[in-house]
Ligand binder design. Structure first.
Ligand code: FAD
Length: 306
């Protein structure tokens, strides 16, 4: 039996057989529709299964990577070695009093609409962010003046030893599109949001307005990873890119969106290499024209194709 077969068998002891896939094509799980294969792709159904995967990964020295909704990730064409964990089966959302509790595989959009149904205000900003709750905490996702930091009370995580641990929002170092979740090696499994009672019609009006703004400004008709760059202090990334006359510039099938300069779209069967080359071209051009360093918001992971 080779090592890959051994790992496969062990993973099928930890999570249900139908929830372990080998050589899974990751582009099918990513917003950009880019990226190679994962050696193992698993979708646990309980927190205990996640804990056991983490312990197995540590004991056997097999790396793991979390994949949420793939809306802020670029995965290289060579894919990801080891285990990719996706929490799509852990997607329950509930409420108690003024809180909404969401498992980390739930979409943050669904948590936002769930809060609306409970007449709770605070998650309106998230009604169009296409990530999971776990990905939203990791990135401290935000839009239109709101961010996760404003509403998160606490989260449950599986830490790097495999323990289920409660972390208060204040312990997560939530800041502009960042947190200490990667540094700690935590897997977010559940989040509790502290909201305020509100009027259904008022909350809905805000969400409708944000949805209109998003749909009219963003190139949602093409695969993308949203805004590629963070907002540089004192500037807007989109404006710098627009003023550099980069809109419509393409490398292979990747193009700087003509609708929203901050987006790079996969217009025509791009490869990850096209996408990354275009990101670097934009960074270089903006630096030359305006002397500003554009820092990526989107994460690039995985291996180059051989
Ligand atoms: C069209 C479009 C519009 C967007 N608009 C916005 C916006 O307005 N505001 C905004 O902030 N972002 C926006 N984004 C980016 C993206 O949706 C957010 O960053 C989102 O929070 C990412 O969540 P995800 O589940 O897709 O994470 P992924 O892209 O799957 O992963 C992102 C990172 O989080 C980690 N991760 C995922 N789940 C977990 C977990 N459970 N535990 C630990 N780590 C985890 C991954 O390992 C990875 O490093 C947009 C993207 C697109 C495509």
């Amino acid at each position: 039996m080779d090592n890959k077969e051994k790992i496969h068998n062990k993973l099928m002891d930890i999570v249900k057989e139908e929830n372990v896939k080998v050589d899974e094509m990751l582009r099918d799980h990513l917003y950009t529709k880019l990226g190679g294969k994962a050696d193992f792709f698993i979708t646990p159904t309980t927190y205990e299964e996640i804990q056991n995967v983490v312990k197995f990964s540590k004991e056997e020295d097999v790396p793991f990577t979390l994949l949420g909704n793939g809306s802020n990730l670029i995965i290289k064409d060579g894919g990801i070695r080891g285990i990719v964990i996706n929490l799509k089966h852990l997607d329950k959302i509930s409420s108690e009093g003024n809180t909404v509790v969401a498992q980390s595989g739930a979409r943050i959009i669904d948590a936002s609409y769930y809060a609306l149904e409970q007449h709770l205000s605070g998650l309106e900003f998230a009604c169009g962010i296409p990530g999971t709750v776990g990905g939203a905490l990791y990135m401290n996702a935000g839009a239109y003046g709101g961010e996760i930091k404003d509403v998160l009370d606490y989260a449950y995580v599986v830490d790097k030893e495999g323990n289920l641990v409660k972390r208060l929002a204040s312990e997560l170092d939530l800041d502009y599109r960042t947190s200490n979740i990667p540094d700690n090696g935590d897997i977010v499994v559940e989040a509790t949001f502290n909201l305020k009672p509100g009027n259904y019609e008022d909350i809905k009006a805000v969400m409708d307005d944000l949805t209109y703004k998003r749909e009219s400004k963003q190139p949602l008709e093409y695969p993308s990873c949203g805004s590629v760059f963070k907002r540089p202090p004192g500037y807007f990334a989109g404006k710098l890119i627009q003023d550099s006359k980069l809109q419509g510039t393409s490398i292979g099938g990747a193009e700087v969106s003509t609708k929203h300069a901050g987006f790079i779209v996969n217009k025509d069967n791009a490869t990850t290499s096209d996408y990354i080359a275009l990101i670097e071209h934009v960074q270089k051009t903006v630096k030359e024209k305006f002397g500003v360093d554009l820092e990526r918001e989107v994460r690039i992971i995985g291996e180059d194709a051989e």
